[in-house]
Design a protein around this ligand. Structure first.
Ligand SMILES: [Mg+2]
Length: 258
């Protein structure tokens, strides 16, 4: 039984800018039943507003506030800990940190900078970390799927800096329990009645299960044959795609009775 649904975006609803067949209809069907639905992504190459507009452009009618990206969570973390970031992030999201920038940064914030990763920027971050700054990463995913094939995600760069500095990063995106909790606290639904469907068996499915949510895997996006074997015995729900995920949600949905 479920009372709310969390969905990953990339690899579940679209790949690159390309719609996964049946995704728009699946989301419409979920909305028609009024099942509480939120979207939770580790995408940090695009700003919150860009993600929202990208979704509109390919046909989704999703509210801006129902989308959660790690950027806001990182900003909250920096404010709570009175930290000022040295950014190693994609230019698309740099502006969101404007209020927190100073001449003397004391934390390294790492996002998926894509083609903006290079020796110089990684080495600048490394030097600040060696002075004791914490490493705050907006995810730890190994790879994701683009229309041209699988692509390196943020995780390998997090690991490179962790290895060099012999420290552990603070991971703010999925699979962080804190990140999931920001979303389900908004629902007002007990976490055991929430299912999270994603295409990343580690960050999405196992991350959700470790947080106490139900976990689901779709076999689209970055899914690789055999990923489901890594979920054996976990109780994860495995479906072929978002259409089947919607079917599963609708047949297990029980609204709370007041
Ligand atoms: Mg994904």
């Amino acid at each position: 039984m479920i009372r709310a649904v969390l969905l990953d975006l990339s690899g579940v609803l679209y790949i690159g800018g390309k719609l996964i067949p049946g995704a728009v209809e699946a989301i419409e069907r979920l909305y028609q039943t009024n099942i509480p639905l939120r979207f939770i992504t580790n995408t940090t190459r695009r700003s919150h507003m860009m993600v929202y507009k990208d979704l509109q452009k390919i046909g989704f009618h999703i509210e801006l506030d129902s989308i959660y990206t790690p950027v806001r969570a990182v900003i909250n973390y920096l404010k709570d800990h009175k930290l000022h970031p040295h950014l190693l992030v994609h230019p698309n999201i740099q502006g969101e940190f404007d209020d927190l920038m100073t001449q003397s940064p004391d934390a390294v914030v790492l996002g998926d900078a894509a083609e903006y990763f290079n020796y110089t920027v990684l080495n600048d971050a490394f030097r600040l970390l060696m002075k004791g700054a914490p490493l705050i990463a907006m995810g730890n995913n190994r790879y994701f799927r683009e229309p041209t094939g699988l692509s390196l995600d943020l995780g390998p760069f997090v690991t490179a800096l962790e290895y060099a500095t012999q420290t552990n990063a603070i991971i703010i995106g999925k699979p962080s329990a804190d990140f999931f909790s920001q979303v389900y606290c908004d629902f007002g639904v007990e976490k055991e009645y929430i299912i999270m469907f994603g295409d990343d068996y580690a960050s999405d499915t196992l991350g959700a299960l470790a947080t106490g949510l139900q976990g689901g895997l779709v076999k689209t996006g970055k899914y690789q044959k055999g990923d489901e074997n890594k979920l054996a015995g976990s109780g994860a729900i495995i479906v072929n795609n978002i259409s089947e995920a919607a079917d599963w949600c609708l047949s297990h949905y029980q609204p709370e009775l007041y």
